[in-house]
Design a protein. Structure first.
Lengths: 51, 271
């Protein structure tokens, strides 16, 4: 399992993201805004209802 | 795959796409003939859409679990048609289903084609165009999706909104034109995707956000040559990425692990 390239790629990307966390967060700011909007909706709606 | 050569098959595929699109009105007629009454969840969707059409904007059926995106979309489509040709004045089951048929037959293939071109990053030449169109057609005919195309369900519009958000996110990432404008486009369609379906939060925020993180890291990173795990972690901290193509990636370790798991499972079973 620990030989798998899939796992290694994930570890590699995670390590590289630690190097420059602020510029990475800045590049996904729109995605975070959408996540925040969803969070606000869930709070306002008093929970999430899926169907 | 993306550089498919011109062949008899690719030429035939070019005609398969318009032919399949011609079949969509037949499908619509057939569905309406077989299932004239609201079917399953349509019982909730159709009265809500009719309430909006009657401008009862505060009416809301508490049994609905999806936000009102679909009803607003049908309202907009029907309002445009009404202004152009004087009908429909009243939204019955058939008229509402037709808005979904239009989403499947026109808007979804169109936006999927744009997305497919952008993802493959290739100029859309004719033989290649046939290959791409066929991919688009296959996605539209994906059974769990296509099943809802003739009915009044939220699935297809929800996918369309995600596809369009993806289009704008790619435009934003490519850095062409004004980044402010494409970021705004992404926000608008990302939020619109949430208005169509709550589960879209995963696709527009987590999935597209994850892709953006990988794109951002790869932009400035160098290649990590060692495949040793501690060298990969060290390399990562020095902006070196271990990121082989899927076609070249080793599954050996995973297979070995699976074998071990099965072997140990078997040995335990006989103990």
């Amino acid at each position: 399992m620990y030989n798998s390239d899939y796992l290694k790629s994930g570890i590699s990307l995670a390590a590289a993201s630690l190097r420059n966390p602020f510029s990475i967060v800045a590049s996904v700011l729109p995605h975070i805004i959408i996540l925040g909007a969803f969070g606000a909706f869930v709070l306002w709606n008093d929970g999430v209802v899926l169907g | 795959m993306s550089s498919a050569p011109e062949s008899n098959l690719s030429r035939a595929a070019r005609y398969a796409v318009p032919f399949a699109l011609l079949l969509i009105p037949v499908w619509r007629t057939k569905v309406n003939a077989e299932v004239p009454e609201p079917y399953l969840d349509e019982v909730f969707h159709i009265p809500q859409a009719q309430a909006y059409w009657a401008h009862q904007w505060t009416h809301w059926d508490p049994k609905l679990t999806t936000p009102p995106g679909l009803y607003l979309w049908s309202y907009a489509l029907c309002a445009i048609l009404l202004a152009l040709r004087g009908s429909p004045t009243k939204l019955d089951t058939e008229a509402l289903r037709t808005t979904n048929v239009a989403t499947t037959g026109i808007f979804l293939p169109w936006r999927l084609q744009t997305l497919s071109d952008a993802v493959h990053k290739v100029r859309n030449t004719r033989p290649l165009g046939a290959w791409l169109s066929h991919t688009v057609l296959n996605i539209c005919l994906f059974p769990p999706l296509f099943f809802f195309s003739g009915l009044y369900y939220t699935d297809i519009l929800a996918l369309l909104a995600v596809v369009e958000a993806y289009n704008w996110d790619l435009k934003r990432a490519s850095g062409d034109g004004y980044t402010f404008f494409s970021t705004l486009g992404f926000l608008v369609f990302g939020l619109a995707a949430l208005v169509c379906r709550q589960t879209n939060i995963f696709w527009v925020s987590v999935f597209l956000g994850g892709l953006q993180v990988v794109r951002k890291i790869r932009k400035s990173a160098k290649v990590c040559k060692s495949s040793d795990i501690s060298a990969i972690v060290k390399g990562g901290l020095q902006n070196e990425i271990y990121d082989p193509l899927v076609s070249e990636a080793s599954l050996q370790g995973m297979l070995k692990f699976t074998h071990k798991l099965i072997a140990s499972g078997l040995s335990n079973a006989y103990v």
